[in-house]
Design a protein around this ligand. Sequence first.
Ligand code: GLA
Length: 368
Amino acid sequence: MKSASALIALTLFGSAATAQTTVSKAPFGNTPDGKPVDAYTLKDKALTVKIITFGAHIIQIDAPDRTGKDADVVLGYTSMDGANSGYIADNKTYMGSVVGRYGNRIAKGQFTIDGKQFQVDTNEKGNTLHGGKDGFDRRNWTAKQIPGGVELTLVSPDGDQGFPGTLTAHVRYTLTGDKLKIAYSATTDKPTVLNLTNHSYFNLAGSGTVLNEVMKIDADRYTPIDSQSIPTGDLPSVAGTPFDFRTPTPIGARIHADNPQLKLAKGYDHNFVLNPPHTLTHPAVVVTDPGSGRTLTVYTTEPGVQFYTGNFLDGTFTGQTGKEEQYDGFCLETQHFPDSPNHPAFPTTVLRPGQTYNTTTIFQFTAK
Ligand code: GLA
């Protein structure tokens, strides 16, 4: 049993930690149909994080290097409507958004729940990517300020993009010290499938390529893909392959290796099967930029992470430091495995009425 004084100390510590974070709100343009979009700025001693209601995007994370100098460590835009440089024009890269209802791919947009077949919108080569054409990344979420952050809410109606059930989803972004926490929760009124994640592109140097940033992923296995980037269902060992990031290795060290999986995806665009425990104290991924010393540590309750090296960035869009080119950012989309609804051996993504979906990911930024 905790002593009364320990409880008081915990309470004081908890409130002191969040009291340091200030949250402010400002207008950030309009949606394509003229609805106001707001930007929330979360500021603590170490970090400044900006989030917009449109797509629940993270648009900026300022983090210090080893000398205390800040850089924005995520790719993003400064406006909604910039030509080739705004969140409306860019409907391809999912730049910093929350993707849903189903992050990553569902083969042919088809799945079965309780013997009932569903067809959802197919928006990539006859498959569904990130929830269909009008995914959660294109919606204006409602927002309310909470201690240390912002809570975004989206009600996705029954039949949205073909998915069954009215789904009420919440994403809570909170900042404490050097940690940005993203807590997802959701309920449904009919059985459905759900896989929410954040699609930020990190660049710990602040600009240029990420190929020399050093990656460690605590995963013994990964899910290889077919020619359409759908998991084959195998869960091979990473040992002896360019997918072995169990010891820290530069992202670019083997990205051009003669490996069929890397050729299919033009780099890394694969789900890694995270070793347990899937807890918020066990580092799942650690990335360091040797130049600046900036280090990102990822903690998650999810069983997988999509490590994507921005293979399809092709200079079409211009972010805050110039054109976004191939390998200018990496994503760590903590998630359930792609196409799980069609792979009964993968951890289930079915959510039923009466259940509450709860997953949490923490991005911690330090410098060494
Ligand atoms: C995910 C997918 C990639 C790509 C990006 C967005 O990471 O796995 O194949 O679609 O999103 O461009």
